[in-house]
Design a protein around this ligand. Structure first.
Ligand SMILES: C[S@@+](CC[C@H](N)C(=O)[O-])C[C@H]1O[C@@H](n2cnc3c(N)ncnc32)[C@H](O)[C@@H]1O
Length: 229
């Protein structure tokens, strides 16, 4: 199988310490809050045990929510070390999740076999071509809902000139900050491109929430998308 690894591999200490290093950060906590809200809403509308695919599952950061909501869980990740961390949580919570190694560009799961696919913190690690391939796979596997997190460059088309300059300066500052922090691999997709990719696949924005990353020139959205039948 051809695996499309991102440049930064989540192995060894990076996998072991992944959650400890992040869980007190504001963005992480906000993501947890929003995801729980969306999962609750979907669970309430659909009166059954929701089948969810969490890809990339990472360390299983949402497992407690799945347990609470009685979800039937499959988790896929390319890193066996991240899967090991997820497996520990799986056992501890007696979640009974099926965890396996795999690639988001080529998901080994049947068409429409999941009610919901959750995809957080990977779409900005993929170039636009792979982003589009990954989205195809999420749409193929999901029967109804997709929740995904994407950091975008908002369109400046209707902004007044001074505001455009302000946003562009913030973007330059933010890129400089990323370089210093070492997360150079983050790729921001343009808002227009992202929205047209949704439209092309008949995905309707059912709900969305913006997370303030502190990087003014960009916007981080968690989208709750629904497939139009
Ligand atoms: C930033 S972590 C996000 C994990 C989790 N979704 C979260 O929100 O904490 C990125 C994850 O993507 C996984 N990954 C990278 N490339 C992948 C690919 N092509 N297919 C599946 N998983 C991949 C990494 O192993 C890592 O666990």
């Amino acid at each position: 199988m051809k695996i499309n690894k991102s440049k930064k591999e989540y192995i060894g200490a990076r996998a072991k310490l992944y959650e400890v290093r992040r869980k007190n950060r504001r963005v992480w906590r906000e993501e947890q809050k929003i995801i729980l809200k969306f999962l609750r809403e979907i669970s309430q509308i659909n009166n059954k045990n929701i089948k969810i695919l969490d890809i990339p599952v990472g360390t299983g950061r949402f497992f407690e929510f799945y347990k609470k909501l009685n979800f039937l869980v499959t988790g896929i990740d390319i890193s066996k070390d991240m899967l090991k961390e997820a497996e520990k949580k799986n056992k501890l919570l007696k979640l009974n999740a099926k965890l396996k190694k795999g690639d988001i560009i080529n998901i080994k799961i049947q068409n429409k076999s999941m009610d919901l696919v959750l995809c957080i913190r990977i779409l900005n690690l993929l170039n636009f071509n792979n982003f589009s391939k990954a989205l195809n796979e999420l749409v193929r596997v999901s029967d109804k809902y997709i929740i995904c997190g994407i950091m975008i460059c908002p369109s400046l088309k209707n902004e007044p000139v001074l505001r455009c300059i302000n946003i562009l300066l913030r973007r330059i500052f933010s890129n400089f900050f990323s370089l210093i922090k070492g997360d150079r691999e983050t790729i921001r997709h343009s808002e227009n491109q992202v929205l047209s990719q949704f439209k092309k696949r008949s995905l309707v924005i059912y709900d969305k929430a913006r997370i303030d990353t502190g990087r003014g020139g960009y916007a981080y959205y968690i989208y709750c998308l629904k497939k139009e039948k």
